[in-house]
Design a binder for this molecule. Structure first.
Ligand code: COA
Length: 331
């Protein structure tokens, strides 16, 4: 079995920059509250005319260019998103069409902030089994269209942003590549970070005015519980990735965590006895972009020269579900 390796990366964010001061204009919040609790200074919010697929297409083209692959080469598309353009089908179908791909397998995975690592894991299994040779793996969101941008929704509104990141993975012909992936879920806590509608559960009314009035069509979060679980699961799943491959923290050049919140990363670094320089961070610029955050961070870290051939890196995610996941990679 040949493992897969990342050969191309790319990302895209909306042009519309929303600074903390802009949020002070539309809800009761402050730059100081946001920065001390999250490290976020600004984020990108998609304007009405921009959809998740637009960002995904642009990020995908950049990743394809870096990998030097054509539309003909791609034989699998997997997209992680909770803010697809339409309720169905998924963004993957739009990518198949807009990128002029063959009639290959294309599907979406809804695993919130862990979705990119979930998608990467599934793509890696396809390549290891010989089912695919060149896969396009994307995390993309314009989730801020869904959030309540009033004081009522401020605990969520100030943290999230939009964007897309993409990776091309291909059959590895050397010892570099995705060494292992680790995926988890604990559904009993799902209501600590969720969006109720539109959905099929009894009492959940689709496009119902009453539901909108009660905020049931916007995400809801129990911030403290999410925080408590995140700081437990991130170290666990990072350790799992190291143990599986006989690696110690000394062997790890960089951890690319889901950009949930700088305070979470600080707590993770403390628990793992490492400095913050070992955990990549760009949250100050983009906020929490859910499924897009890891591929955006990975692309930027690579562009900044922080990942070199032979380096071991770990991608680590935690999010709604709860889901959490990691991937150990030798670059
Ligand atoms: N601006 C100002 N005040 C806000 C606010 C905002 N954007 N959002 C909430 N508040 C208020 C609350 O209403 C509450 O007020 P009260 O005490 O009068 O009831 C108060 O701030 C809560 O403050 P604090 O107790 O300091 O909040 P916190 O330390 O629990 O921080 C979070 C809140 C959301 C930042 C924190 O819980 C967190 O980071 N959770 C994890 C969130 C996350 O990363 N989610 C995504 C995971 S993928």
């Amino acid at each position: 079995m040949h493992k897969s390796k990342i050969t191309g990366l790319g990302f895209e964010v909306p042009e519309n920059v929303v600074k903390n001061a802009d949020l002070e204009e539309i809800m009761e919040t402050s730059d100081e509250w946001i920065q001390t609790r999250s490290g976020i200074k600004e984020r990108r919010w998609a304007t009405e005319d921009l959809a998740t697929s637009d960002l995904a297409i642009s990020a995908s083209k950049k990743a394809m260019e870096m990998a030097g692959v054509s539309s003909e080469d791609i034989d699998l598309v997997i997209v992680g998103t909770l803010s697809s353009d339409y309720f169905f089908p998924g963004v993957s179908a739009q990518l198949q069409d807009k990128l002029n791909l063959r009639n290959i397998a294309a599907f979406d995975i809804k695993a919130a902030c862990s979705a990119f690592v979930y998608c990467l894991s599934v793509g890696d299994q396809f390549i290891r089994s010989g089912m695919a040779k060149t896969a396009l793996i994307v995390g993309a969101e314009t989730q801020t269209k869904l959030i309540d941008k009033t004081t009522r929704g401020r605990d969520i509104a100030v943290l999230f942003g939009d964007g897309a990141g993409a990776a091309i993975i291909q059959t590895s012909d050397d010892d570099s590549g995705i060494l292992s992936t680790h995926l988890h879920c604990q559904g009993k806590d799902m209501k600590n970070l969720w969006m109720e509608g539109p959905g099929s559960a009894p009492g959940v009314w689709i496009h119902n005015k009453q539901a909108i009035a009660h905020g049931r069509l916007s995400p809801k979060m129990n911030g403290r519980e999410v925080f408590r679980n995140a700081v437990k699961r991130f170290p666990e799943v990072i350790q799992e990735a190291m143990d599986e491959n006989g690696l110690t923290m000394e062997d790890i050049k960089l951890i690319i965590p889901h950009q949930a919140n700088n305070r979470i990363s600080q707590a993770v670094a403390k628990r793992m006895g490492i400095g913050m320089d070992r955990l990549y961070s760009n949250i100050h610029k983009y906020g929490n972009t859910t499924a897009a955050s890891i591929p955006i961070a990975l692309t930027e870290a690579h562009q900044e020269g922080k990942i070199q051939k032979g380096d071991h890196i770990i991608l680590a995610a935690f999010g709604a579900g709860y889901t959490w996941a990691s991937a150990a990679i030798r670059w």
